[in-house]
Design a protein around this ligand. Structure first.
Ligand code: ME8
Length: 508
């Protein structure tokens, strides 16, 4: 039934400016979507989470209304994603009517079938994380996630019968040991399930910036509202055919601090609606500064626009995917970004392209010669590379995928060093020189295609310099056969792809 790869990011609170952490998840989703698109349809959703007390407080502090505040901030997020070359299919805002009507419909449906009931909530609430906490979970009386003061809440609320789904969830976790990754998060969620689940408050009466409860009595709790974006955007209850094309989602990416919402509450809500749980929820690690999660509220957030300006958005994309195994935390430093940029991208990849194309100019007037008629050794050695890279990316091993691509970078650089084209030229070993130059250009074509999902803009420039005319994002299994680059292609000498960044200037 399902016909497309569907990937989502969390929708971001627009209580302040975006930071590099927000770009991180969205870039990862973009890499997945771009890779999936090379072999079939994909759909990539991101957006903004606009209701709730946190956003309302930010608007009040800025002396404006929540809606005006959101309208003003949304373009900053869209600009962030454009700056990082992200190509999403849809950007959902939770204040849009297409979303609000679905949330109300879900509420009514669950109230009618008894999964939602009226009760009394008394307990602690953290506005920053928009999260209710049991007293026992507080740390020194403060929010266990962000360490801020919590407030006492006592109100009549609507509840979702989460406790009813505990056994089904446990069974589901046992039968689908890969549905939540990484394993550390899976284990943590199973431990929570074993402790037992409380019903979950899904309304608020002490403030009004939210979707009204049908029939009155407050607004819908921001998390219940927000989770539903993943299905409201694809036509739940309004366009069944479209919905069936995309749901269940292939990958839902989140940061690990919101795993509980996505892997305990979210599947239960979906089951209450008669829908399936997503195929995979991946809770990735944090970008940290001095061991702490980078975030606006801690005052350690890095401006993603300044960063892109300094290092280039594609170098940042590369860094984010290459630096740590996906799932782990990793510490941020400009020195590390500069190091990856200069070494992997500048020395290995950029120099390969520059050396190869300038030799082609020097020895063959910039025209790609014919390859070895008896077959290429490099081509044979790399035959399964595209398949390997694709499957590593789609299993979210981005670092492994980049390491695999670098096998080709290293092989080509080594061939130049071993075969010494300048000697081949001097000794007039023309056929050998032709074959080597062809392999270098064909290798660069492969690299541009394989790295396109990770560095869409720099690889497009590689493509331009190579004089390639076919689409760079074509199906790998068709386009990546050694010999695809037509002899006679005229290459173009361009600027260095990854100009060196001095470590001192970059800070450390
Ligand atoms: O939680 N390192 O929104 P949010 C890595 N609106 N990723 C980070 C990060 C960091 N230091 N900081 C933020 C919300 N992120 C809710 C989500 S979904 C139905 C509702 C990324 O603005 C990461 O993906 O606090 C994290 O989960 C998300 O931003 C949190 O964004």
């Amino acid at each position: 039934m399902k016909r497309a790869f569907y990937v989502t990011t969390p929708i971001y609170y627009i209580s302040g400016n975006p930071h590099i952490g927000h770009a991180y998840t969205t870039v990862v989703a973009d890499v997945l979507a771009r890779t999936a698109r090379t072999s079939g349809p994909a759909y990539f959703l991101t957006g903004t989470d606009e209701h709730g007390q946190k956003v309302a407080n930010a608007a009040t502090a800025a002396g404006t209304t929540p809606q005006a505040w959101c309208d003003e901030l949304v373009p900053r997020w869209q600009k962030l994603f454009a700056t990082y070359h992200v190509r999403y299919d849809d950007f959902i805002r939770t204040t849009e009517p297409r979303h609000e009507s679905v949330v109300q419909r879900v509420f009514e449906r669950l109230r009618d079938n008894g999964d939602v009931y009226l009760g009394k909530y008394e307990g602690w609430y953290c506005v920053n994380d928009e999260t209710f906490w049991l007293e026992a979970k507080l740390v020194d009386g403060k929010c266990p996630t962000c360490g801020r003061e919590v407030q006492w809440i006592s109100e009549d609320d609507w509840f979702f019968r989460l406790s009813n789904y505990r056994d089904r969830l446990l069974q589901y976790y046992r039968e689908h040991p890969e549905w939540v990754r990484p394993k550390s998060v899976y284990n943590e969620m199973v431990a929570l399930l074993e402790e037992g689940l409380e019903d979950f408050s899904i309304s608020r009466t002490n403030f009004d910036w939210g979707i009204p409860i049908p029939g009155g009595g407050g607004v819908i709790y921001v998390w219940f509202d927000a989770l539903l974006n993943y299905i409201s955007a694809i036509g739940w209850s309004s366009d069944p055919e479209r919905f069936a094309t995309y749901w269940p989602a292939s990958v839902q990416l989140i940061g690990k601090e919101i795993a509980r919402f996505h892997t305990l509450i979210w599947p239960a809500v979906l089951w209450a609606l008669g829908e399936q749980a997503p195929e995979l929820v991946f809770a990735h690690g944090w970008i940290t500064v001095d061991g702490q999660k980078m975030g606006k509220s801690l005052g350690n957030a890095v401006d993603p626009f300044a960063l892109a300006e300094r290092f280039g958005a594609d170098s940042l994309r590369y860094f984010l995917l290459r630096e740590a195994p996906f799932g782990s935390d990793f510490s941020y430093s400009e020195a590390k970004i500069a190091q990856r940029h200069n070494s992997d991208l500048g020395n290995d990849l950029g120099n390969l392209v520059r050396r190869s194309l300038s030799m082609l100019f020097k020895y063959r007037d910039g025209v790609v010669p014919p390859g070895d008629a008896t077959g290429s050794e490099v081509g044979a050695a790399m035959a399964t590379l595209p398949q390997r890279v694709r499957s590593l990316i789609l299993s979210l091993d981005f670092r492994g995928a980049l390491e695999a691509v670098w096998e080709l970078v290293v092989t080509l650089n080594r061939r130049i060093d071993d075969q010494k084209p300048w000697v081949l030229h001097r000794e007039e070993r023309d056929t050998e020189l032709d074959a080597l130059l062809y392999d270098l250009c064909e290798g660069i074509r492969w690299l541009a295609m394989l790295l396109h999902p990770v560095m869409p803009e720099r690889t497009a420039e590689m493509w331009r310099q190579l004089g390639a005319t076919a689409p760079i994002d074509a199906d790998w299994s068709e386009a990546l056969r050694w010999g695809g680059l037509a002899p006679g292609t005229r290459v173009v000498l361009g600027d260095a792809l990854f100009p060196r960044i001095e470590l001192d200037a970059a800070g450390s």
